[in-house]
Design a protein around this ligand. Structure first.
Ligand SMILES: *Cc1c(COP(=O)(O)O)cnc(C)c1O
Length: 387
C-alpha cells in the first residue's frame, strides 16, 4: 500500500531534486552553526539581523511575563488579545493605512486574501514568478488564473483586456521577487489596474523592513499606498519575528475577518511573537543605518560577483547567481559550503526548469571583510560553472 513513498523518493532522487533538512544550532546570525560547523550565512531572509536582537528578546520576555504563553483560541473566539490589537495599530501607522490585520504566516495570509477577494467566474492576473502561497491562494479561490510573463506589462494589458467584463479582476504580484531579486513595475501595474477596473495586491515579503520610508516597503517608497488595495508583508523575514500582515482599508480588514478561512480557523499567534514584531517595527524606524549597511553589503557582493564573471540577476539584497541545470548548481553550493559559506541552491519546482541558481542573500550584520571572503570563495569555485 505504502510502496509509492519509496517509489516517489526514488524518482525525486533520480531527477536530482532530492532535498534534505540541515540543522542550525544556536542563534540566527551573520554566521551560524550548520550541522555542527561555523559558516557564513548567505542564505537567510533575516536581512537586518534582527532575529537575535536584544530589543526583540527583551520585548518577548516582557510579553511572556505579562501575557503568558499561548493564546488558547482563534481571534474570533477568545484568542484576540491586547497584543494583537496593539501590533495591528502599529503596523497601520507604519504602513500609513487605515487598518492592518495580522495573519499567522505569509503563506496563510496569501491563501486567505486571494480566496476572499475573488471566487468562481472571477480572474486573478498573476505574475509568472509569484510565490507558491499566491499560486495556492489562486487555486483555493477557484477563480480563473491568467499568468502573465514575468513583469511583462504588454502581456498583462492584453490579459486584462481579454478578461470578461463582468468578472472581478485581481492583479497579484510581489514587489521584490523572492527568487529573482528584481522589482515589479508597480507604477505601471497600478495604472493598468485603474484603466481596467482591477484590484491590486502586492506581496512585500522581501521588502518589508528593507525598502521605503521606515522600511514600509516598495509601495510606500513609490507613494502608491492609496492605489494598492492590498499590501501584504511578513514579520518573519527582515523583521526577525514571525507572522504576516495585511495593510489597507478598514473595510478590507472587516471583510477578511469575516471571510478569510486561514484567519478564522486557526489559533492566533502567541503574544510573545507579536511583541517581537512590534519591537522590530519600532527598531527599523529608529535605526535606518541597518538598511544602509544592507545596501552597502549588497553592492559589494553584487559588483564582486559580476566582476568574477558570474551571471548575476536582479538588483536587490537577493542576489541570484544563475547556473542553469540542477547538478552543477548543487555541486557549486556544496563546494562553497565546504569552504565555509552557506549558499542555498534553488531548483525546480521552486524555479522553472533550466534556471537553477544559487540564491545569495546579504545581511546588514555581515562585515565588509566577510563579503570579501565570500568573493574569494566564489573566485576559487569559478571554474565549476561555464560561461
Ligand atoms: C516567504 C514568503 C511568503 C510566506 O511568508 P511566511 O511568513 O514565511 O509564511 C509569502 N510570499 C513571499 C513572496 C515569500 O517570499
Amino acid at each position: 500500500m505504502a510502496d509509492f513513498i519509496e517509489r516517489q523518493l526514488e524518482e525525486i532522487r533520480s531527477r536530482n531534486l532530492y532535498r534534505q533538512l540541515k540543522v542550525v544550532d544556536g542563534e540566527q546570525d551573520a554566521t551560524v552553526r550548520l550541522n555542527g560547523r561555523e559558516v557564513l550565512n548567505l542564505s537567510s531572509n533575516n536581512y537586518l539581523g534582527l532575529a537575535n536582537h536584544p530589543a526583540l528578546k527583551e520585548a518577548a520576555r516582557e510579553a511572556l511575563d505579562r501575557y503568558g504563553c499561548g493564546s488558547g483560541a482563534s481571534r474570533l473566539i477568545s484568542g484576540n488579545m491586547t497584543a494583537h490589537e496593539e501590533l495591528e495599530q502599529r503596523i497601520a501607522r507604519f504602513k500609513g493605512t487605515e487598518a492592518a490585520l495580522v495573519f499567522n504566516s505569509g503563506y496563510q495570509a496569501n491563501v486567505g486574501i486571494i480566496a476572499t477577494l475573488v471566487e468562481k467566474d472571477d480572474v486573478v492576473l498573476s505574475d509568472q514568478l509569484n510565490h507558491a502561497s499566491i499560486i495556492d491562494g489562486c487555486r483555493l479561490s477557484r477563480a480563473a488564473v491568467s499568468v502573465y510573463r514575468h513583469c511583462d506589462m504588454d502581456h498583462l494589458a492584453s490579459l486584462l483586456a481579454e478578461a470578461p467584463a463582468t468578472a472581478r479582476k485581481l492583479i497579484a504580484t510581489e514587489s521584490i521577487f523572492s527568487m529573482d531579486g528584481d522589482i515589479a513595475p508597480l507604477g505601471e501595474i497600478v495604472e493598468l489596474a485603474e484603466r481596467h477596473g482591477a484590484m491590486v495586491m502586492v506581496d512585500e515579503a522581501h521588502a518589508t523592513g528593507v525598502r521605503g520610508p521606515d522600511g514600509a516597503g516598495v509601495v510606500a517608497e513609490l507613494g502608491l499606498g492609496d492605489r494598492v488595495l492590498v499590501q501584504m508583508g511578513t514579520l518573519g523575514k527582515a523583521l526577525g519575528a514571525f507572522g504576516a500582515y495585511v495593510a489597507g482599508t478598514a473595510k478590507l480588514k472587516d471583510l477578511l475577518v469575516n471571510r478569510a478561512r486561514s484567519f478564522i480557523f486557526t489559533t492566533s499567534l502567541p503574544p510573545v511573537v507579536l511583541a517581537m514584531a512590534a519591537a522590530a517595527v519600532a527598531l527599523v524606524k529608529r535605526e535606518p543605518e541597518r538598511q544602509c549597511a544592507l545596501q552597502r553589503n549588497t553592492q559589494r557582493l553584487r559588483n564582486g560577483l559580476e566582476q568574477l564573471g558570474y551571471a548575476v540577476a536582479g538588483s536587490t539584497q537577493i542576489i541570484p547567481v544563475m547556473v542553469g541545470e540542477e547538478q552543477p548548481c548543487m555541486r557549486l553550493a556544496a563546494r562553497l559550503l565546504e569552504a565555509g559559506f552557506y549558499v542555498q541552491g534553488i531548483r525546480p519546482p521552486t524555479v522553472p526548469p533550466g534556471t537553477s541558481r544559487l540564491r545569495v542573500t546579504t545581511m546588514a550584520t555581515h562585515t565588509t571583510e566577510q563579503m570579501d571572503q565570500a568573493l574569494d570563495a566564489f573566485k576559487q569555485a569559478r571554474y565549476m560553472v561555464a560561461g
